[in-house]
Design a protein around this ligand. Structure first.
Ligand SMILES: C[S@@+](CC[C@H](N)C(=O)[O-])C[C@H]1O[C@@H](n2cnc3c(N)ncnc32)[C@H](O)[C@@H]1O
Length: 189
C-alpha cells in the first residue's frame, strides 16, 4: 500500500499518524500488548502510538514523553521532556522496573553528513536501549525501538542481545521502503 493510503487509513480510523500501522504490525506479530500493563512511549508526539496502545489496551497506564508538545490524549500521561531527563519525572521514575512495554519511535535530527548522522542515531539508540532496560520489568518486559539500516546496526543488535533473550528485526509494510528505517524488538521471555 502507498504511503498516502496508510495516511488516509489513519485519518479514517481517527489516528494522528500513519506510524500506528508500523507499530500495529509489530504488535500483531509479537503479541506483546497485554490487557493491563504500564507502557512507556518515548518520542511520542504527535501521539499516534500512544493513541493506538490506549485504544487496544484501555486498562493500561500509558506514560509518554517528547521534546515537542503533544495535544492531550485521554488516559495518557504526557511529559514535555527529553529522554535524557526521564529520571527527573517522578511519576515515571517512581515506577521504574514495572513497565511491561517500552516503545520508541525517536529519531534524531538529520544533518545530511552521513558519518555524523550514523553516530547520532547510534548514540540516541544506545541511550534509548539503556533507558528501556532500566525501566522495564525484567521478568516479562518487551521493547520496540526505531532505528536505521546503517553500518552500526549490527553493533546495536548485538548490544540488544546482551540484555534480551529474544531480539528480532522488523520492516513493517507501512514503513517506506526507501526510508532505511527499521524496528528492533527485544523481549525478556
Ligand atoms: C517519528 S516522531 C514519533 C511519532 C509517534 N510515534 C506517533 O505515532 O505519533 C519522533 C519523535 O521523537 C522526538 N524526539 C527526538 N529526540 C528526542 C529526545 N531526545 N527525547 C524525546 N523525544 C525526542 C521528536 O520530537 C519526535 O516527535
Amino acid at each position: 500500500m502507498h504511503a498516502d493510503n496508510w495516511a488516509n487509513k489513519a485519518k479514517q480510523e481517527g489516528y494522528r499518524t500513519r506510524a500506528v500501522y508500523k507499530l500495529d504490525e509489530i504488535i500483531q506479530k509479537t503479541k506483546v500488548l497485554k490487557k493491563k500493563q504500564n507502557i512507556l512511549d518515548l518520542g511520542s508526539a504527535p501521539g499516534g502510538w500512544s493513541q493506538y496502545v490506549k485504544k487496544k489496551s484501555p486498562s493500561s497506564e500509558i506514560f509518554a514523553i517528547d521534546i515537542l508538545d503533544m495535544e492531550p490524549l485521554d488516559g495518557v500521561h504526557f511529559f514535555l521532556k527529553s529522554i535524557e531527563q526521564i529520571n527527573e519525572i517522578d511519576q515515571i521514575h517512581s515506577i521504574k522496573g514495572s513497565f511491561g512495554l517500552v516503545i520508541s519511535d525517536i529519531a534524531p535530527n538529520i544533518t545530511g553528513i552521513n558519518a555524523v548522522d550514523i553516530e547520532n542515531i547510534y548514540e540516541l539508540n544506545c541511550l534509548t536501549l539503556d533507558t528501556a532496560v532500566e525501566y522495564l520489568d525484567k521478568s516479562n518486559g518487551s521493547f520496540i525501538m526505531k532505528t536505521f539500516q546503517n553500518s552500526m546496526l549490527k553493533n546495536l543488535r548485538k548490544k540488544m542481545e546482551l540484555s534480551f533473550k529474544i531480539v528480532q528485526t522488523f520492516k513493517p509494510a507501512a514503513s517506506k521502503k526507501q526510508s532505511g528505517e527499521i524496528y528492533l524488538y527485544g523481549a525478556y521471555k
